[in-house]
Design a protein. Structure first.
Length: 65
């Protein structure tokens, strides 16, 4: 049972690490904004370019704190 818990911890860490790598990987700002916009549209949230820029600025400010 201990080995199974270790496996789950490893897989959970790998998933979180992949998500962080996607967010923090050096990519052009316009590409990142487009990816965020695409993900939000798939979830049913519709934003214009100005709103996406504002959202990115808020997220960047929250990360820097």
């Amino acid at each position: 049972m201990k080995n199974l818990s270790l496996l789950y911890a490893f897989l959970g860490g790998a998933i979180v690490g992949c998500g962080a790598a996607i967010l923090f990987a050096p990519a052009k700002g316009s590409d990142l904004r487009q990816r965020i916009c695409t993900i939000l549209r798939k979830k049913g949230v519709k934003l214009n370019d100005a709103e996406v820029d504002q959202l990115v600025a808020e997220l960047a400010g929250a990360i820097e704190k």
